[in-house]
Design a protein around this ligand. Structure first.
Ligand code: TXA
Ligand code: MG
Length: 321
């Protein structure tokens, strides 16, 4: 089968392949996922091996309804129920106590499982047609930039997935916000596609965990994640342009144009962080396939999805977070 024929909108084919324990790339509103039967350890093991992901980094389980969740989650705290009702389907992942049916491989031995209902019509229809939930990390090789189009998946994992369900470009563009409860207190473990402001409007103040790379509570919080191959530096672009004068420089800017750069990708000419999030990973990929020696970038305003953008930029620069 050539790479092209593997991509399409055939939910029946995706379903059949998943029932045969193959891995299939699925579109979501955040990023594309590399999906397999969450209840089958062979399928789950295939996900880890295709992604070259270390087994200590657990997977998110995707389902289609809050009712279906009861099958594999033991308890849903009241705040979690409020958030689920407010934001699912959507870019929110909840860490909840797991039932036996979820293999330890999915949670890397932890007693909580990460769950979410993604907001994409193709993937919701697929999940509804299946008798099992789907474990799915982002469909990129471990440590590289997450994919936001079917083409991104084809480029890197096309040979290794059975099928790529093409749902167009992900319209949020950064991974889901992960929230768990520590001693009854809501804690954001990964900033993402659902803003802290939106969460706090429903359940009040939450703690946002700054996770160190040596002790990651959510290992996707490791530094040097989401990293392009070309070195990347963040800061004041004008200053950085002087520092790296003489090099072939690509610039990933928020709003402003830098015509002096060899390549310049502007995330949002209007200065809108939501639009910038949509374009972030595609922009990083475009610049990473250029001939540049270095990619220079800048942080965006820390409001709304700006927090998630800045977090991904920091990690891409492999700075300590
Ligand atoms: O938007 C998303 O969340 C996408 C789409 C495909 O749903 N998925 C995604 O998966 O970003 P992944 O595997 O790239 O990142 C999942 C993060 C990892 O940092 C992982 O460590 C954390 O979730 N995680 C998963 N299960 C966990 C658990 N039981 N306890 C703590 N962290 C967990
Ligand atoms: Mg990932």
């Amino acid at each position: 089968m050539n790479k092209a024929s593997k991509t399409g909108v055939d939910i029946t084919q995706a379903k059949r392949l998943l029932e045969e324990n193959h891995v299939v790339a699925i579109p979501t509103e955040t990023v594309y996922g590399l999906a397999g039967n969450a209840l089958d350890i062979k399928a789950v093991a295939t996900i880890f091996s295709v992604k070259k992901r270390p087994s200590f980094d657990p997977l998110i389980v995707h389902t289609h309804s809050i009712e279906a969740l009861g099958e594999f989650v033991a308890d849903i705290p009241e705040q979690a129920q409020l958030l689920a009702k407010a934001f699912w389907p959507g870019p929110l992942t909840l860490l909840l106590e797991k039932k036996e049916i979820i293999p330890d491989l999915v949670t890397s031995g932890l007693n909580r499982v990460a769950v979410r209902i993604p907001n994409h019509p193709l993937t919701l229809a697929l999940l509804q047609s299946l008798s099992f939930p789907l474990a799915a990390p982002s469909a990129n090789p471990f440590g590289y930039i997450s994919p936001t189009t079917a083409q991104h998946v084809t480029d890197q994992l096309g040979d290794q997935v059975a099928y790529i369900l093409d749902g167009g470009a992900s319209n949020i563009g950064v991974e889901s916000t992960i929230i768990g409860w520590e001693n009854g207190k809501a804690t954001v473990m990964r900033v993402g596609g659902l803003s802290i402001e939106a969460i706090e409007a429903i359940i009040g103040p939450v703690h946002v965990q700054a996770v160190s790379s040596s002790n990651p509570a959510a290992p996707g919080m490791l530094k040097s994640h989401y990293a392009p191959r070309i070195p990347m530096r963040a800061g004041n672009i004008e200053t950085l342009l002087q520092t790296y004068a003489g090099k072939k420089i690509a610039v990933l800017s928020f709003q402003q144009a830098y015509p002096a750069a060899y390549k310049n990708y502007i995330l949002s000419p209007e200065g809108n962080v939501t639009e910038a999030a949509q374009h972030l990973f595609a922009a990083m990929r475009v610049l990473d396939t250029s001939e540049a020696d270095i990619i220079l970038t800048e942080y965006v305003p820390a409001v709304g999805l700006g927090l998630a953008i800045n977090d991904r930029l920091k990690r891409a620069c492999a700075e300590e977070v």
